[in-house]
Design a protein around this ligand. Structure first.
Ligand SMILES: Nc1ncnc2c1ncn2[C@@H]1O[C@H](COP(=O)(O)OP(=O)(O)OP(=O)(O)O)[C@@H](O)[C@H]1O
Ligand SMILES: [Mg+2]
Length: 227
């Protein structure tokens, strides 16, 4: 369960102060699938960074389960990122010089377990996204949809409670988009994940249980669901 209370995030640039999130109060129950929409610059990625323990708010509190993310030091935040939260990005963010298998294994590096154990889990994760026969391919040797599958395997191999996806289908054609969404939804259902997807695509957003809109750093509920 996420509880955000009066979360504000400002960036000080040389020219002016930018309010990226403006007094956001929001709760997201465990296991919910949420789509976040809104115009460019509205604060979507900033909100994901707060949820993903990548950054702290300027003021306000971000609570995930029993942890108050906004108050934790860097070390504890890194541990939460390593264990509890998976990320998928629009640009896949795979390491170009590592194979699919090695890319997925990187997510397990900060966690306990032997090398052989890591390798087996990474193999299983790639098999679960339909890439069991592409283990030794480099990212450049995979299609866009396949690269995104590797990124999803990397995000899920550690069995996180939360999966945060920032425009996961933005770089894909419609058919591949639907395949990737089917895959994300099946993991969401089977693993009881909290799935939070930033998207510009209403076709993607319609699949969520709940839709939020962010503009000028302010969050509103779409589709009449309770906050
Ligand atoms: N590191 C930063 N330094 C200064 N300003 C920033 C920084 N990151 C984001 N911003 C500003 O904060 C605001 C929100 O940015 P954010 O990236 O959250 O938008 P977004 O909704 O994800 O947009 P997009 O759809 O284009 O990805 C924007 O005005 C942006 O310019
Ligand atoms: Mg963004």
């Amino acid at each position: 369960m996420y509880e955000l209370t009066n979360v504000t995030k400002t960036y000080n640039t040389t020219k002016k102060k930018i309010v990226a999130l403006d007094d956001v109060t929001l709760s997201i129950p465990d296991g919910q699938m949420v789509a976040i929409q809104g115009p460019t610059g509205g604060g979507k990625s900033t909100l994901l960074q707060m949820l993903g323990a990548l950054d702290r708010p300027t003021s306000g509190d971000v609570q995930l389960g029993s942890s108050t993310l906004s108050k934790l030091g860097d070390h504890r935040l890194a541990a939460i990122r390593a264990k509890e939260v998976g990320f998928v990005f629009q640009g896949f963010n795979l390491i170009p010089t590592l194979t699919a298998l090695e890319n997925v294994e990187t997510a397990l590096a900060p966690l306990p377990g032997s090398g052989a154990d890591r390798r087996q889990r990474a193999q299983d994760a790639l098999a679960s996204v339909g890439l069991g026969d592409r283990l030794t391919h480099l990212p450049a040797e995979l299609s866009g949809g396949q690269q995104q599958r590797v990124a999803i395997a990397r995000a899920l191999v550690k069995r996180p409670d939360v999966l945060l996806a920032d425009e996961p289908t933005g770089a894909l054609d419609e058919e591949t988009r639907d395949e990737i969404m089917d895959l994300l939804e099946s993991f969401w259902r089977d693993q009881g994940l909290t799935l939070i997807i930033v998207t510009h695509d209403s076709g993607v957003a319609r699949r969520a249980e709940r839709r939020l809109h962010i503009k000028g750093g302010r969050v509103t509920e779409l589709a009449g669901q309770p906050a």
